[in-house]
Design a protein around this ligand. Structure first.
Ligand code: SF4
Length: 339
């Protein structure tokens, strides 16, 4: 039985509250994202937070921005101050608020942040000098930055970028993987084992996880996947916790690079290799042709996956049955197209 797969219930995911349509912005407005609420809301159970409201700034409120002493200042060398009155400094309160919600966020498996915000922006937030001049766009919102430090492997994305179907698919892939890690490797989902069934050790579960993800990882980054294989083979000097942390980090890093058609083709060829001995001549040719059509952009990935899955029951090999690459991918769950 394949145990490493998306859960059937909704996955807890943190989100900037204004993206839910709540009027919490400094100007009393919101930035409702239908992609988040209507599309991704089908599989995410949101935990909405507005750090600026939570620290008592009120709605409406005076706007704030990131202040640096000079351009190219390190990402953490910022203060968050009032645009009109730099004497209003909410750096400490925002940081303390982020620290205070860590226990509440231990259960979330992804976070969606509002872009361009001095609190929530994840990339490219405008930074200013104390004379009010914009100096660069190298900032990260203070709340988002603090959560990055607390949860270094947590999949994070910005609301606006999720309008792009490829970035959306990639975020879903990472959230599913991060969630599956906790449920399987960290043993959070006890329903995965029948009563009385011997549960494998954590290290054995970690190896199972890597093995099940192997072809999907190859589809994202072949070199980094081989490096991860070497790390696992040469991990005797690491403690169990160190190894689990390192492996989880590498997996999330590899998945954060979108899968290329070339690397995906390679992973599909590997999958095909496990099935060839169970196929007749015509079936082999059909599968080969379909993979080639996919490689050349003439057929969608789902067409190849459907045929591979059709042949899958013929193989007795659990390795290929357990490959997450061959399980339902986000696009097939209808979560990547939005009209
Ligand atoms: S971007 Fe963040 S701080 Fe600003 S309104 Fe939205 S949730 Fe609140």
């Amino acid at each position: 039985m394949m145990r490493i797969q998306p859960r059937q219930s909704k996955i807890p995911v943190g989100i900037s509250q204004c993206a839910m349509g709540d009027p919490v912005r400094y100007n009393g407005g919101h930035k409702h994202s239908k992609v988040c609420t209507e599309l991704l809301g089908q599989c995410f159970e949101y935990v909405p937070l507005c750090p600026e409201v939570a620290i008592g700034m009120g709605v409406p409120r005076k706007p704030i921005h990131l202040l640096v002493e000079k351009g190219n200042a390190p990402v953490d060398a910022v203060r968050v101050v009032g645009v009109d009155d730099p004497g209003v400094d909410v750096t400490g309160p925002l940081r303390q608020y982020a620290d205070s919600v860590v226990p509440q966020l231990e259960r979330v498996r992804g976070y969606i942040f509002m872009q361009n915000s001095p609190s929530c922006g994840l990339h490219g937030v405008r930074r200013y000098l104390d004379n009010g001049h914009g100096i660069d766009s190298e900032g990260v919102g203070l709340f988002a930055r603090r959560l990055q430090q607390h949860f270094p492997h947590l999949p994070m994305e910005e609301v606006g970028r999720l309008n792009n179907s490829e970035l959306r698919e990639n975020f879903l892939t990472r959230v599913f993987a991060y969630d599956a890690w906790f449920r399987y490797v960290e043993g959070e989902d006890t329903t995965l084992w029948k009563e009385g069934e011997k549960v494998p050790s954590r290290i054995a579960r970690l190896i199972d996880f890597y093995t099940a993800y192997k072809y999907l990882l190859l589809a994202h980054n072949q070199d980094a996947t081989r490096d991860l294989g070497r790390l696992l083979a040469d991990s005797k000097s690491m403690s169990e916790d160190e190894l689990a942390f390192a492996v989880r980090g590498r997996i999330m890093q590899i998945l954060s690079r979108p899968a290329s058609r070339k690397d995906r083709t390679n992973a599909l060829m590997h999958s095909q290799g496990h099935l060839r001995e169970f196929l007749n001549k015509q079936e082999k040719a059909e599968l080969q042709r379909l993979i080639e059509d996919y490689r050349q952009g003439r057929k969608p990935l789902s067409a190849v996956l459907t045929l591979l899955r059709h042949f899958l029951p013929r193989s007795p090999n659990s390795f290929i049955h357990n490959q997450v690459l061959l399980a339902a991918e986000p696009a097939e769950l209808g979560l990547c197209e939005f009209r």
